[in-house]
Design a protein. Structure first.
Length: 392
């Protein structure tokens, strides 16, 4: 199975060489790196990619002109994506999918690979595995509670709903070991974890290890995941669009959409290894806070709307289309929403429709239904998980 490792960068991503060395040391052969540039990306990035291609694996670098040509068949998507934004990662996801990758891993350019089989540990995405599965009576689980913080400070994943924080005492968490298909494998981070700016202003947690190397959440128990050190099964990509107009919730909201579809199909989201060491690029925390405020106010309502939606599709692509067409009916504009919040909602729904339309176009040339048939044959038939009345 071909693995594509996708990243965006405005630097020269020297960390890719370590990922390539790691992949070769563990004997992986069908590997491709996809690097998406932006207007600020140094010209030396292409030189580095050419070197990695000569020494290790095929490495594709798409600068802005390359991306314009690649997206010639998708003019709406080209117009919707912004320059100088990490959401150009969407181009890499689409490229990797079109190149036939069965496993697509997204990383940030400030992630550093550890002495683990990075691809091998991520390769659980897309397959059926026997693993510990956690279920919470609240319908939520703080996956960061499994990280070992240097001083024992508790914290939450960026994008965890504000209304669900600090109430774990009211929930009961059970664990079982079962065999499930894994849709997404979300790897964790050492040192600097992915937390929201408000938390970062209050505390600066340092992650020194994991209390669990691998676990998954039962369909109906939710947590966000991000787009760094994250592996997507091939069929998930048509349902995973990073919105370029929703600030630092660009990868958070799509994680909830994927989680909702996985719940419908009986798949799980896995967390844990592989870990990367994050040496976070310089950020303006106050700017980050500005780019998170709307999301903190809107995410509880978004998730409630997603839970209310009834899905009938049999693939991620089909279900994403259902959500794209009906989410606006359930996700109501709040009376006290600012104009900025209304704009976030409107542009995100627009982007969803564009992304779904792109894969509808691809479907005419490459049958997603045939792929879905293979996946459906592998998946144990299960009724959709229905949350109990106690769940939000």
């Amino acid at each position: 199975m071909k693995t594509s490792i996708v990243t965006t960068t405005i630097y020269v991503p020297h960390t890719l060489r370590k990922f390539a060395e790691n992949a070769r040391s563990y004997g992986h052969s069908e590997v491709e790196f996809v690097v998406i540039g932006d207007r600020k990306t140094p010209a030396e990035t292409r030189t580095l990619c050419e070197q990695i291609a000569r020494e290790f694996y095929p490495t594709v670098y798409l600068d802005i002109d390359d991306q314009r040509v690649f997206l010639d068949a998708f003019p709406e998507l080209w117009s919707h994506l912004r320059f100088d934004s990490i959401q150009r990662r969407n181009v890499g996801l689409l490229y990797a999918w079109q190149s036939g990758a069965g496993l697509i891993i997204t990383i940030d350019d400030d992630n550093f690979v550890m002495n683990q089989d990075f691809i091998g540990l991520h390769a659980k995405a897309g397959g059926r595995h026997r693993l510990p599965v956690l279920e919470s009576t609240s319908g939520w689980y703080n996956v960061c509670s499994t990280l070992i913080e240097e001083h024992g400070q508790p914290f939450y994943h960026r994008g965890y709903p504000v209304g669900q924080r600090w109430n774990e005492a009211d929930a009961f968490v059970s664990e079982s070991v079962v065999t499930r298909r894994v849709a997404v494998n979300a790897g964790f981070w050492l040192d600097d974890p992915d937390i929201d700016a408000l938390t970062r202003l209050h505390r600066q947690p340092l992650v020194r290890g994991l209390s669990r190397s691998c676990f998954a959440l039962e369909p109906g128990t939710w947590s966000p995941f991000n787009s760094q050190n994250t592996a997507l099964a091939r069929d998930v990509v048509p349902a995973y669009f990073l919105g370029p107009y929703i600030g630092r919730y660009d990868d958070i909201w799509p994680s909830y959409l994927v989680t909702r579809i996985a719940q419908h199909l009986g798949d799980v989201i896995a967390f844990g290894e592989p870990v990367v060491r994050q040496q976070r690029n310089v950020h303006d925390i106050w700017k980050d806070l500005d780019n998170e405020r709307n999301g903190m106010l809107m995410t509880d309502d978004l998730c409630a709307a997603l839970r209310r939606l009834k899905l009938t599709g049999t693939t991620y692509h089909e279900c994403y289309g259902e959500i794209a067409s009906r989410l606006g009916e359930e996700w109501h504009v709040g009376e006290r929403w600012s104009e900025s919040m209304r704009e976030w909602r409107s542009r995100y729904l627009e982007g969803m429709r564009i992304w779904h339309g792109a894969f509808e176009k691809l479907q005419r040339g490459r049958s997603l239904d045939r792929l879905a048939g293979v996946i459906a044959a592998e998946r144990t038939a299960q009724p959709e998980f229905e949350p109990s009345a106690s769940r939000p």
